[in-house]
Design a protein around this ligand. Structure first.
Ligand code: MOS
Length: 761
């Protein structure tokens, strides 16, 4: 009778976060809240106050005798460390996040904010006070920290982030540009941006004999473990990294940071647990940022809007000691058809903190430039910008000349346009006036690489009938616990309440962690494989273990649905089966290979796509720019959980809005510091800035990338989003701002005559 039970798939349902209750009751324990086995001590970082030079003298005596201070580490008494590096990790070698990362290693200062001392005390306050008592004399050296003033001092990196080619070329772009009937050319400036995860970087380090356990906030447990072992010169097996809850990462927690390394060394010196966190101000200088860049896009087209040439040149900040090259022109290699093409990335070494991936590295700034340029071309052609994009839809990846695994940009543009009411768009820029406001609409395309990386997971059936899934994958707040629960539940035929997902511990099977939007595909595929094997093992054992309720049944007819194990006419609850077949636990291991070993990645070009629509109003008198509404349409293969997926993409869209209108980490070139290094002066959108943002997913099947049929979504939402907002500002005002963020001072001078504006009211 039971085998007629209807199967309800959990994947695809808007399941509430399985860790939601822990989060809202404050019982999800983040790194800094971990209770160490003994009372912790507190470490505080003292940052350098010059951009380049040497520590001539450092006087720590007052700090050392201050009340509560236990230890002051500087370059003079730091335990020995290996050199940082390699600065440019070799191709095919270990990840850049697994490198030895020494701090306080010498008397050199490479950037403003670099740690020069670490004060450990009985309380956080005593540590901070102790740090304030340290006197440092610097020998400053001439430094360069102004990108705009040094845009000509470029060099070409060997590759750009993700191992992608630095340059690409097809046909003859210059000839195409020189002979095209319609051309546009724009140089776009994108400001420095900071990750600003809600949870600042934090760690609690504790030694147990020769073993080190660190609770830290990281995106990548395995890389962090490797970096810690390399920096402390110890066997990797003696290091355990634990990171079950992470309050946002966005790329700033891909690797190990100063607080973690310094806490580990200090805990060893003191023989006591050390807790350390970076302050919000320190985070601006010590975890990387999106490098500022100048991008030049040139487009050549026929009168009917067919692109004959695309070129995209990027110049961005790097450093003398560490290289990071954001792949900002790489999306341009795949987005539109055109026979003549050229992309280039160049770096300028500045005496500043090194850049790091920041949400959608590459596409996020690259599409701000390219998708603004496409809007400029539509204006030059007098063509609807959606039609222009549709006209340049390629049949194959235009540079790789392989098919796309799936590509539904056009559907996103069309379905999004209908839902948004694109037909109501003001035709002529600056033509719609509503009271004091000029109103405009903007559109842009979204494209984001779809990745997968090698991952492993285990699934363990306990004798209670509960299944525990384990991987060292992290949940940054994105919903990883929830989607892995859903995947396991469906694969095993068990209700989600029977699945326990455990993440973020280096004792668990290795995953690539969270980054690049590869997390769901990578860890999800490994979990699916582990659960697939566990299901087979349960059915096999149910039939073969003598005291099993299904002993002797035909395994070939076996199934598990809604927690009922069946074979033919016989069935039993998973609890009864587990009590017999999983006495000591029944465990399987699953895995998935990475892109290099997956032929679908060489045979197909794999991207997720989308389209953004924005409506803004600009105050005709003050230039104040307000978003009215924004809609995103996305094609991401199968959606595992519409609730967490929507949350991911609208979060990205809001960051896109932010990059268009708000974010700008301002360098003071005299000191090389970000002067607005806190959330009071570094602007991010608040609720008042985000009145109405919505997103939907178009139906899409893609079985090429992984067995789940999904694509990465975390970073897709930001891709192109800022350009839609900027294009809406142009449509509202007729003013094209090529310097992001678009603040009111940049539109004010071009607004219609103030008197004229008063007459109309
Ligand atoms: Mo992401 S910027 O790879 O966390």
């Amino acid at each position: 009778m039971n085998h007629a039970v209807k199967t309800t798939l959990i994947v695809g349902q808007p399941l509430d976060r399985v860790d939601g209750r822990l989060k809202v009751t404050g019982t999800a324990t983040y790194a800094h809240e971990i209770k160490s086995s003994r009372a912790p001590t507190y470490g505080f970082i003292l940052p350098a106050t010059i951009a380049k030079g040497r520590i001539a003298a450092i006087d720590t005596r007052r700090a050392e005798t201050a009340p509560g201070v236990l230890l002051v580490l500087t370059h003079r008494n730091m335990p020995s460390q290996p050199k940082f590096g390699p600065a440019r990790p070799p191709k095919g070698g270990p990840s850049r996040y697994a490198r030895a990362s020494p701090f306080l290693g010498d008397d050199r200062v490479r950037f403003w904010g670099e740690p020069v001392a670490f004060v450990v005390a009985e309380t956080f306050e005593a540590g901070r006070h102790g740090a304030a008592l340290i006197h440092v004399d610097y020998t400053a050296e001439p430094q360069i920290t102004d990108l705009r003033a040094n845009l000509d001092k470029t060099y070409a990196p060997e590759t750009v982030n993700g191992g992608k080619a630095t340059d690409s070329a097809m046909g003859d772009f210059n000839a195409a540009f020189g002979s095209a009937p319609v051309t546009v050319e724009g140089t776009y400036w994108i400001a420095y941006q900071a990750h600003n995860a809600m949870e600042p970087h934090a760690a609690v380090a504790e030694w147990q004999g020769s073993r080190l356990i660190i609770h830290t906030s990281t995106q990548t447990v395995a890389d962090t473990r490797a970096a810690v072992a390399a920096t402390l010169g110890m066997p990797i097996d003696d290091v355990r990294i634990v990171s079950p809850f992470v309050g946002g990462g966005f790329g700033g927690k891909l690797g190990v940071r100063a607080e973690t390394i310094l806490a580990a060394f200090a805990a060893r010196v003191l023989g006591q647990p050390v807790k350390a966190a970076q302050t919000r101000q320190q985070v601006f200088h010590n975890v990387g940022h999106r490098p500022a860049c100048s991008q030049t896009v040139k487009l050549a087209a026929t009168h009917d809007g067919r692109l004959t040439g695309i070129s995209h040149d990027v110049v961005m900040q790097s450093t003398p000691s560490e290289e990071y090259a954001e792949q900002s022109a790489t999306a341009t290699r795949a987005l539109y058809a055109a026979p003549n093409r050229s992309t280039r990335h160049r770096l300028v070494r500045l005496d500043m903190p090194g850049g790091e991936p920041v949400r959608a590295p590459g596409e996020a700034p690259g599409l701000l430039a390219l998708e603004t340029a496409m809007d400029e071309l539509a204006t030059a052609l007098g063509m609807d910008p959606i039609e222009l994009r549709i006209r340049n839809e390629p049949h194959l990846d235009p540079e790789r000349q392989v098919p796309f695994s799936s590509r539904n940009l056009v559907r996103c543009l069309r379905e999004g346009a209908t839902r948004f009411g694109w037909a109501q768009r003001p035709r002529a820029p600056g033509s719609r006036r509503e009271g004091r406001s000029l109103v405009g609409y903007g559109v842009s395309a979204a494209i984001r690489s779809n990745y997968i990386a090698k991952a492993e997971a285990t699934a363990l059936l306990e004798r209670t009938g509960t299944v525990t899934v384990r991987t060292d994958m992290t949940d940054l707040g994105t919903g990883t616990y929830t989607i892995l629960t859903q995947i396991a539940a469906d694969e095993l035929g068990l209700p989600p309440e029977r699945i326990v997902v455990q993440l973020g511990d280096s004792r668990f099977p290795r995953s690539p962690g969270s980054g690049g939007s590869w997390g769901a595909a990578s860890s999800g595929s490994a979990v699916k494989d582990a659960c697939h094997k566990l299901r087979a093992a349960i059915l096999e054992r149910a039939a073969s273990v003598p005291n099993s309720p299904l002993f002797g049944a035909d395994t070939a007819k076996g199934s598990i649905r809604n927690g009922i194990v069946s074979s033919g006419r016989r069935s039993a609850d998973i609890e009864a089966v587990a009590a017999a077949v999983a006495v000591g636990g029944l465990e399987t291991r699953g895995q998935v290979v990475g892109m290099a070993d997956n032929p679908a990645y060489s045979q197909f070009s794999q991207y997720a796509f989308g389209a953004h629509f924005a409506e803004v109003r600009v105050d005709a008198d003050t230039g104040e720019i307000r978003l009215r509404r924004m809609l995103g349409a996305f094609a991401v293969g199968k959606v595992l959980n519409p609730k967490t997926a929507r949350s991911q993409v609208i979060g990205g869209m809001i960051w896109g809005l932010s990059s268009a209108l708000h974010e700008d980490a301002v360098i003071d070139p005299r000191f090389g510091l970000f002067v607005n290094h806190d959330l009071a002066e570094y602007h991010v959108p608040v609720h008042m800035d985000v009145p109405d943002v919505d997103a939907f997913f178009v139906l899409e099947d893609d079985d090429k990338g992984n067995t789940l049929g999904i694509k990465g979504i975390g970073e897709l939402g930001i891709c192109g989003a800022g350009a839609a907002v900027g294009n809406a500002v142009f449509n509202a005002t007729g003013i094209r701002v090529r310097e992001f963020p678009i603040t009111l001072d940049k539109v004010l001078a071009g607004l219609p005559d103030q008197l004229e504006s008063m007459r109309q009211q």
